[in-house]
Design a protein around this ligand. Structure first.
Ligand code: ATP
Length: 370
């Protein structure tokens, strides 16, 4: 059950049952990457997303050839590369710390690798020019890195990788050192560049917004294991389990108990409320599950009116964030719901300390069993 994208383009990278253990600590081997199966298509912008220590960098380093898998097989363009050294793989890596040579100018930095390989001077000149043009830095060819901003240095580092004409570019938190505004700019630019060049990009980040903005597909990772692979919309709207639901965007996770089943309808008890939801899941009376609800799917209602799904509690906080206000509602059994409601002048919402009732559409609730 190897997740793969739709479409007919060829597979650029295939990971088959890849595991990586660092050192041996007694009988209990822990894997930084555990049984990873994945196909990445040529021309995809593919992102590994997960919290610190989940194994993203280790995965990338194995693809690059800086690290060998403990077991499993790695195929680049259909050919096994397990054991093939990094410099013989047609992949290039861009790291967070872009480490340009300070005494060389931009053009020399970008051309350095080619001159070491003995490429002819005129060819180097042309390729350096083309690489710098693709990142909009041709005008700075004679400048020293110290005369460039952080974003410009990162662009030169990208050009230095592109000049090798890799079929796959690996990027490990490449914008980690940039401030937020520049980071957002670079995200747009690099995404556009990737589309234009058609190179396979494999990107590592812990920033879910960055992953959602840039990627064709995302692998969400936790503890060395892929939790879900899918496009940004799928990952956001149909999280497969509690981890993805909690990691991507703001999400309310409510513990629920199945009170009964009637046909395809489940009666659920959660946070002092009872309601019905349509579901194909194999759940029976007494089973536990988790309900995932986005804060923006909740709205305040008056008392018993309207929606069949309501949660009554006490407003614990209201935080104004410009277009919206984020409310916290304390519910029965120590539960809490966060609601994100658009601000409008003509609607009165409860104040902290007052009772409040939040409601949502049945379709806004996702039932999770893992
Ligand atoms: P971050 O976002 O912090 O870089 P990550 O998701 O990239 O995290 P990895 O760097 O791949 O995670 O690390 C995964 C696990 O493997 C961690 O528990 C880490 O401590 C461990 N690890 C990584 N490299 C080594 C190493 N060379 N020796 C021992 N353990 C390592």
């Amino acid at each position: 059950d190897t997740p793969e994208p739709a479409g007919a383009s060829r597979v650029a990278i295939e990971l088959i049952d890849i595991r990586k253990a660092f050192g041996a600590s007694g009988d209990q081997t822990t894997y930084a990457v555990d049984r990873m199966n994945l196909k990445i298509r040529a021309g995809e912008f593919f992102t590994f997303l997960g919290p610190s220590g989940c194994g993203k960098t280790t995965t990338l380093r194995m693809i690059a050839g800086f690290e060998e898998p403990t077991s499993g097989r790695l195929l680049l363009d259909g050919k096994e590369v397990t054991g093939v050294p990094a410099h013989q793989r047609n992949v290039n890596t861009v790291f967070q710390s872009y480490a340009l040579f300070p005494h060389l100018n931009v053009g020399e930095n970008v051309g350095f690798g080619l001159s070491v390989k003995g490429v002819a001077t005129e060819q180097i000149r042309q390729r350096v020019k083309a690489a710098l043009e693709s990142v909009h830095m041709a005008h700075a060819i004679d400048r020293k890195p110290s005369a460039l901003s952080g974003g410009q240095q990162q662009r030169v580092a990208l050009a230095r990788a592109l000049v090798n004409r890799p079929s796959v570019l690996l990027l490990d938190e490449p914008f980690g050192a940039l401030d937020l505004k520049l980071r957002r700019e670079m995200q747009m630019e690099v995404k556009e560049m990737q589309r234009r060049l058609g190179i396979t990009f494999i990107f590592v980040t812990h920033d879910q917004e960055e992953a959602l903005t840039m990627s064709d597909r995302i692998a969400v990772m936790s503890n060395g294991v892929i939790q879900q692979v899918g496009g940004p919309v799928e990952i956001y709207e149909q999280p497969a389990n509690r981890f993805t639901a909690g990691f991507i965007g703001d999400m309310n996770l409510l513990e629920a108990r199945v009170a009964g089943r009637s046909g395809d309808r489940l009666a659920l008890d959660a946070a002092g409320s009872r309601f019905d939801l349509q579901s194909d899941l194999a759940l029976q009376a007494g089973d536990r599950c988790t309900l995932a609800i986005r804060p923006e799917a909740l709205h305040f209602v008056d008392g018993d009116a309207g929606s069949p799904i309501r949660f009554a509690g006490t407003l614990s906080e209201a935080v104004y964030i410009g277009t919206d206000t984020v409310y916290g509602l304390s519910l029965a059994d120590d539960n809490r719901l966060q609601a994100r409601v658009r601000n409008s002048r003509d609607r009165s919402t409860p104040q902290p300390g007052e009772p409040g009732v939040l409601a949502c559409a049945p379709s806004a609730i996702r039932i999770l069993t893992q």
